[in-house]
Structure formats: C-alpha cells, structure tokens
Design a protein around this ligand. Structure first.
Ligand code: ADP
Ligand code: MG
Length: 189
C-alpha cells in the first residue's frame, strides 16, 4: 500500500476555466491511465501555484482507482533518500524499492539545484524505470534549464533523452491560483 499523497485533490475539484493553458481533454485522457499501461512519462511544468501538484495528486488518485500501484514523493525527499542510501551502501536496494510502483510521482523536481552526484543517482533511477514503469514529474523549471537544475549538463541530457522519449509534456502558463483571491480583492496588482 503506497501512494502517500500529501493532500486530497481531485480532477472534479480542478477548475479548468481558471486554467485555459490546459486542454481538459488531454487531462481526461491521462486520467484513464493508458499512458501508465504503456510505461510513458508525464511532465507537468509551469510556475508556482498553477496547479501542478493538484493535477499530480488527482491523476495519481485516478491511477490508484484503476489498480495501478503509485508512489508519491517530493523531489527533495526522493533525492535525500537516494543520497542516503548511496552513502549507506544500500543504493541497489533503494533503487529496486523505488522502481517497483507502476507510477512514481515526483513533485517539484528542481526547486533546489541538485548536486552532480545526486544527478547521477537520479539518472540511475530514470534508466531503471525507462520503458517499464511510468514517472510523473512536476517542475517549475522548463526542461531547457534542467542542465542547471542537475548541475551537470551531460547527466541532464541523458535523463531527458530517456524521459522525453515516450512522454507527454503539459506546460501550464498563467498566474498563481493561490494569489487570485488576493488579486481580486486588490491586495495585489
Ligand atoms: P503548483 O504545484 O503548481 O505550485 P498547486 O497545485 O499546489 O500549484 O496549486 C496551488 C493551490 O491552488 C492548491 O490548493 C490547488 O488545489 C489550487 N489550484 C490551483 N489551480 C487550480 C485550479 N485550476 N482549480 C482549482 N484549484 C486550483
Ligand atoms: Mg506544487
């Protein structure tokens, strides 16, 4: 029993009218889980507050409902776990454990820049899952900046090469949903 969603968020609770840069049809298609059956990757990219985590949790929930094993983790917790396992000589065990769920959701990758050693650990995880099991990754950094995110352009290229091979990329634009009430009430410009 995995998953570990940080909050309750549903597709029904997502206001598509407030987010015109997203195609509702694409999200509804993703909710069927077919992409997970095919071991594809999904990247949700965009600035803070536009609904990346909301959609990641909601799609994760849909996947669970359809019988897929799902593990939800933050980018920071994942990288800390991999780094610690590596230091403890348990990397293989850890990679095996994280490679098992049919869908691995990594929320907010690249919020903090990674050490080059961490980039190499992440590459090993991506290689392990490549074409066998799906990953859903959210990030506030466009893939063009992942060389900086990973602190290693070669590792970033190798990671993106595998991630993007069979993938869908949803780029969300617009203003933070968190701040919209404040904007409306005139607290923000
Ligand atoms: P991000 O992960 O992109 O920073 P979140 O998914 O955490 O953003 O969204 C911030 C808050 O706004 C959350 O409480 C989320 O449920 C809500 N939210 C964002 N976009 C929408 C939307 N289109 N409809 C309903 N709630 C939304
Ligand atoms: Mg988020």
């Amino acid at each position: 029993k995995l998953a570990r969603f940080p909050c309750v968020r549903t597709l029904e609770g997502f206001d598509f009218d407030a987010q015109p840069s997203i195609d509702p049809g694409q999200i509804r298609d993703l909710a069927t889980g077919r992409w997970i059956g095919h071991g594809q990757a999904l990247l949700l990219l965009g600035p803070p507050g536009v609904g990346k985590t909301h959609l990641a949790v909601a799609l994760g929930r849909e996947a669970v409902d359809r019988g897929y094993t799902v593990l939800f983790t933050s980018g920071a917790a994942l990288m800390a776990g991999l780094t610690k396992a590596h230091a403890d000589g348990r990397l293989e065990e850890k990679l095996l454990q994280i490679s098992k769920p049919k869908l691995l959701i990594i929320d907010e990758l690249g919020y903090l820049p990674l050490e080059p050693a961490a980039a190499h650990l992440f590459f090993q995880l991506v290689s392990r899952r490549y074409e066998r099991a799906s990953m859903l990754i959210t990030s506030n950094r466009p893939v063009g900046e992942w060389g900086q995110v990973f602190g290693d352009a070669v590792a970033a290229t190798a990671i993106l090469d595998r991630l993007l091979h069979h993938s869908q990329v949803v780029t969300i634009r617009g203003d933070s949903y968190r701040l919209r009430d404040k904007r409306r009430s005139g607290l923000l410009q």
